[in-house]
Ligand binder design. Structure first.
Ligand SMILES: Cc1cc2nc3c(=O)[nH]c(=O)nc-3n(C[C@H](O)[C@H](O)[C@H](O)COP(=O)(O)OP(=O)(O)OC[C@H]3O[C@@H](n4cnc5c(N)ncnc54)[C@H](O)[C@@H]3O)c2cc1C
Length: 369
C-alpha cells in the first residue's frame, strides 16, 4: 500500500481513558480528531482501549455502582468518541518530528500532519517475564496476578487472602501497605537484603504487623490452577540457591512502570524515568501545541479517572490553542498559536520577532530584537 498523507487539526495518540476522553471532548468541539492507537500485540500486552483491556472488574470508575469489566468500560468510551465523529486509525506511531508545526507523525502506512498533538500513550507496568505471569489463558494475569494494588486489591478475590508483593522500591512498599487493609497476610519478596524505597515508605511497611519480608529471594514461577487461580509462588534464595514454594492466593508485581515515551526522547522534556513534563496549570508540554494526558505524564495517581480527567484538559487546551488563545506552559509563561509569549507575571507580551509589548494598554516598552 502506498504511503497516504493526512492533514488534521487534532491528532491523539492512544485509546486508553485519557486518549478517548480527549477524543470525546475535541469531537464534540467539532475539531474532527484523528485518534491513532497501536493494534493488538500479545507480546507487548497492548490493545486498542489501553491498560484496562487486560483487567477484569473495575469497581472505582464513577458511574458504575455495581462495577464494570475493564474491556466493557473501554467499549463505552470508544462508542461515545465515535458518536461525535472521532476518526480512528490502528497503527503504531514509529516516528515523530515536533520541530515545527504541523507536527509530523509516521506509521508504516501513513504520514500524518498535525496542527496540535495530544499524547496519551500511557505507561506499562514492568513485568518479571516468569512462567505463570502472562494474562489468562497463558498464565494467571487477571486470575490472581496483578500489577495494580489500588485497582485490584479490594476485589473479593484478594480479600482475607495471603498475598505476595514482588519488589523493593516505593511502589512495592506502597502496594504492600495498601494491601494489608484487605489481605490476611502480605509477603514482600525482594532480591536484595535492603530496600530501595524511601525511608518513610520503608518504615511504614517494616512496622506493619501484617507484612513479612523475604530477603535475597527471586520469584521463579507463579503456580496455580485454571479454575482457582494462583496457589503459590516458586521462590529461589539467591544466596543459597535453595528453592521452595510459598503458598499464596495472589501476586502483585510492583517493580515499577515505564511510560511509553521513547518516541519523544530528545524532543519533549521528561523526568529521569521518562514521564512527560506538563505545566501543572494545563497539559502543555515544552513544545507549544503538544499536550500530554493520562499515565504518560502522571507517575503518581495512574488511575482511569485521573487519566480521563487530564484527557478532558488536553482537549480543552488544544481547542484553546487552535482558537489563538494563550495556554500555560511548563515554564510558567503562556503561549499562543502565533508564538506570542506572555510572561509569568502577565505584564509583558513577547512577539515572535522578539519585540515586547506591555500587557497594559497605556505602557509601551522599548522594542528588543
Ligand atoms: C491490570 C490493571 C488493572 C487496572 N485496574 C484499574 C482499576 O480498576 N481502576 C482504575 O482506575 N485504574 C486501573 N488501572 C490503571 C488504568 O488502567 C490506567 O491508569 C489507565 O488505563 C491509564 O490510561 P491512559 O489513557 O493514560 O493510558 P493507557 O490505558 O495505557 O493507554 C495507552 C494507549 O496508547 C497506546 N500506545 C502507546 N504507544 C503507542 C504508539 N507508539 N503508537 C500507537 N499507540 C500507542 C497503547 O497501545 C495504549 O492503547 C489498572 C491498570 C492495570 C495494568
Amino acid at each position: 500500500m502506498a504511503i497516504q498523507t493526512l492533514d488534521k487539526e487534532v491528532v491523539i495518540i492512544g485509546s486508553g481513558p485519557a486518549g478517548l476522553t480527549a477524543a470525546i471532548y475535541s469531537a464534540r468541539a467539532n475539531l474532527k480528531p484523528l485518534l491513532i492507537d497501536a493494534p493488538v500485540d500479545a507480546h507487548k500486552q497492548t490493545a486498542p482501549g489501553g491498560q484496562l483491556m487486560i483487567t477484569t472488574d473495575v469497581e472505582n470508575y464513577p458511574g458504575f455502582s455495581e462495577g464494570i469489566q475493564g474491556p466493557d468500560l473501554m467499549i463505552e468510551f470508544r462508542k461515545q468518541a465515535e458518536r461525535f465523529g472521532t476518526e480512528f486509525l490502528e497503527e503504531w506511531i514509529t516516528e515523530v518530528d515536533l520541530s515545527e508545526r504541523p507536527f509530523i507523525l509516521r506509521t508504516d502506512n501513513y504520514i500524518v500532519n498535525a496542527q496540535t498533538l495530544i499524547i496519551a500513550t500511557g505507561a506499562s507496568a514492568k513485568w518479571l517475564g516468569i512462567p505463570g505471569e502472562a494474562k489468562v489463558p497463558n498464565g494467571f494475569g487477571g486470575n490472581g496476578v496483578s500489577a495494580c494494588a489500588t485497582c485490584d486489591g479490594p476485589l473479593p478475590a484478594f480479600r482475607n487472602k495471603t498475598l505476595v508483593v514482588v519488589g523493593g522500591g516505593d511502589t512495592a512498599m506502597e502496594e504492600a501497605t495498601f494491601l494489608t487493609r484487605y489481605a490476611a497476610k502480605v509477603y514482600v519478596v525482594h532480591r536484595r537484603d535492603k530496600l530501595r524505597a524511601s525511608k518513610i515508605m520503608q518504615d511504614k511497611a517494616l512496622h506493619n504487623e501484617k507484612i513479612e519480608f523475604i530477603w535475597d529471594t527471586g520469584v521463579e514461577e507463579i503456580v496455580g490452577q485454571d479454575d482457582c487461580g494462583v496457589t503459590g509462588v516458586r521462590l529461589r534464595n539467591l544466596k543459597t540457591n535453595k528453592e521452595r514454594v510459598l503458598p499464596c492466593e495472589g501476586v502483585f508485581i510492583a517493580i515499577g512502570h515505564k511510560p511509553n515515551t521513547d518516541l519523544f526522547r530528545g524532543q519533549l522534556d521528561m523526568d529521569e524515568v521518562g514521564y512527560l513534563k506538563t505545566s501543572g496549570h494545563s497539559t502543555a508540554t515544552n513544545i507549544p501545541g503538544v499536550f500530554a494526558c493520562g499515565d504518560v505524564q502522571d507517575s503518581v495517581y495512574r488511575q482511569a479517572v485521573t487519566a480521563a480527567g487530564t484527557g478532558c484538559m488536553s482537549a480543552l487546551d488544544a481547542e484553546r490553542f487552535l482558537d489563538h488563545l494563550p495556554v500555560a506552559m511548563p515554564s510558567g509563561e503562556e503561549v499562543t498559536m502565533e508564538g506570542e509569549h506572555i510572561t509569568q507575571d502577565h505584564r509583558v507580551i513577547i512577539e515572535p520577532d522578539g519585540s515586547m509589548i506591555p500587557n497594559q494598554p497605556d505602557k509601551v516598552l522599548a522594542k528588543e530584537k
